[in-house]
Design a protein around this ligand. Structure first.
Ligand SMILES: [Zn+2]
Length: 569
């Protein structure tokens, strides 16, 4: 059969006309101009602001009390909050605002982009979303109830950690390490199901796979992030290889074996993500009789960012039932910022307190004249950078001297060992983060591959570990982040890079006399002034790399991290 071409055109025209008439009748087209978007935003803020504050408060309360009903209330509010940015009709309007090109005022346009991504993430069909949440909850429960064993003995994570750090008997180390990996086998099948569901959801939303989606929704170009990791690999490879030889020599001697006999269980950490102790410096000794909260308070006041109000609202010490990790929470983006932790007088908690108050000042000194939606850190890793910048001070001899009463002679005595320890920690963590980033990328690209093998290929290449002979276990699944905090780990390393980049700005252009190796910042209000004006106040006004470029004169780079810790100019 052959239709006349003109006839087909007429027919198509009629169909289109009918469709247009039908669409117009079904849905009076709401205008997509700038004024309408302002109205949309107002309604959104009125609905979401109070809900967001209530959810944050409920979560903070639940973390303190540990009570089931408090956790249930917190979860219910969180679900409500997610639903508030999920409506398909509203998402269609956001699409129209974007494609219409009439929203031009820069802050409005920025809010439109952020809202669009927030809604996009929530467009996964409810049944699929539910399946993922259920699987994730099951995996989380398995992690929570799993216990490491040594023979008949049941060990807490802390106990197992202590054995790995202190034992020198290879047989005992091997047993604890292997037992710590057994969780992998328990959760691997569920994680694989979850990975496939996540990929399917990402493809429905138009992304190549879940890893690509996660990065792109965080305004991170996957190719750029990979290039940065490649650059970092180049920069750290030979320096790490040298340090690894020092580590091996130290650990082999300690355990009374030859370097070639070292196995992954000899590295004092389940994943070799923390540096083993190979230099003689005991930071805990300097903090054991000190008031850490007072030290943090004095320090932050001295750099022009007092945290007295944050401390007054915080919950800083141990309580029964209380969540044992630490976090800072911005309750209302209007100055109500709180920290939760369980301070003890040791160096880890000094680091943690400085770290969490770093998050707090970022939130506290945001710009109240910015729209609510933009009053947040430019990216999760930029607030992590500020937290790391200050957390690192807890191990700095000159800071210890100024803030913790360490004598000049003692500070001098430990200066070499503490500098080396910090460098070792950074190099070990950096190589480990390579494994995590590349494994997740590879897994979401091809979940059907031999993942057990892939994991060890990467650990051998980047961490210079040796796979135990004949091992074929899902050791990748034993790392909780793979299942529960997916495709986020690379941000920890980006946070370290930015901490070094900001550190260089502070030591150089801002303070002019700052010591890169031995930072102090004590009583330097210029530090606070720079950070508040250049980093905190901009909030989400610009994409994160633009904020960094405006603050530091160049985009995020590995150069300063390498200069600080690798010694490459
Ligand atoms: Zn943090």
């Amino acid at each position: 059969m052959k239709f006349h071409l003109k006839f087909i055109f007429v027919l198509m025209g009629l169909v289109l006309l009918a469709l247009a008439v039908w669409a117009a009748a079904a849905k009076p087209a709401a205008p997509c101009d700038e004024a309408s978007f302002r109205q949309f935003l107002q309604a959104y803020e009125a609905r979401v602001m109070p809900l967001s504050r209530d959810a944050a408060l409920a979560s903070f309360q639940a973390s303190i009390s540990g009570k089931d009903q408090d956790y249930e209330r917190s979860a219910a509010l969180q679900i409500q909050l997610n639903k508030a940015s999920a409506d398909a009709g509203e998402f269609a309007r956001l699409k129209c605002f974007r494609s219409g090109g009439q929203v031009r005022e820069p802050l409005l346009k920025r809010q439109l982009d952020i809202l669009y991504d927030t809604y996009l993430e929530n467009q996964i069909p409810a049944a699929q979303m539910e399946a993922m949440v259920m699987l994730q909850a099951q995996i989380e429960q398995k992690f929570n109830t799993f216990r490491i064993r040594l023979g008949d003995q049941v060990l807490s994570d802390n106990d197992a950690g202590t054995i790995l750090r202190t034992a020198i008997d290879s047989g005992r180390l091997e047993k604890v390490w292997k037992s710590s990996k057994e969780i992998g086998r328990l959760v691997a099948p569920d994680i694989l199901k979850l990975v496939r569901l996540r990929n399917a959801a990402a493809r429905q939303l138009g992304f190549a796979n879940f890893q690509q989606m996660q990065l792109e929704l965080g305004e991170q170009d996957p190719a750029q992030i990979e290039a940065l990791f490649d650059e970092l690999d180049e920069l750290t490879r030979s320096s790490f290889a040298g340090l690894k030889r020092d580590i091996d020599a130290h650990l082999a001697a300690r355990c009374g074996i030859a370097s070639e006999q070292l196995q992954p269980w000899h590295y004092q950490d389940r994943f070799f993500q923390q540096a083993p102790v190979i230099y003689p410096v005991d930071l805990d000794a300097y903090y054991k009789d000190k008031d850490l909260v007072q030290i943090a308070k004095t320090f932050y006041a001295g750099i022009g960012m007092p945290v007295d109000d944050v401390i007054a609202r915080s919950d800083l010490f141990e309580k029964p039932g209380k969540y044992q990790h630490a976090f800072s929470s911005d309750i209302d983006r209007s100055g109500d910022v709180r920290v939760l932790c369980s301070v003890k007088p040791d160096s880890r908690w000094m680091d943690t307190l400085l770290h969490e108050f770093g998050h707090s000042v970022y939130a506290k000194f945001n710009d109240l004249s910015l729209p609510w939606l933009l009053r947040d850190a430019a990216h999760a890793f930029t607030t992590e950078a500020i937290a790391n910048l200050f957390g690192r001070l807890a191990a700095s001899p000159s800071w210890l001297r100024a803030m913790a009463g360490v004598s000049a002679a003692e500070a001098e005595r430990i200066s070499e060992a503490s500098r080396k320890s910090l460098r070792l920690q950074q190099m070990v963590f950096s190589r480990w983060a390579q494994v995590m980033f590349r494994f997740e990328k590879s897994m979401y690209e091809d979940p059907g591959q031999d993942l057990n093998r892939r994991w060890w290929e990467l650990a051998e290449k980047y961490q210079l570990l040796k796979m135990p002979a004949g091992r074929n276990e899902p050791d990748w699944a034993a790392k909780i982040h793979i299942a529960l905090y997916p495709c986020y780990y690379h941000n920890y390393l980006l946070g370290e890079l930015l901490a070094s980049q900001l550190h260089d700005q502070l030591a150089g252009p801002v303070l002019k006399n700052g010591d890169l190796d031995n930072p102090c910042f004590v009583n330097q209000p210029e530090v606070g002034r720079f950070l508040v004006e250049r980093v905190f106040k901009p909030g989400m006004r610009w994409p994160w790399n633009e904020m960094i470029e405006r603050a530091c004169g160049e985009k995020l780079t590995a150069t300063y991290y390498a200069r600080q810790f690798v010694g490459v100019k």
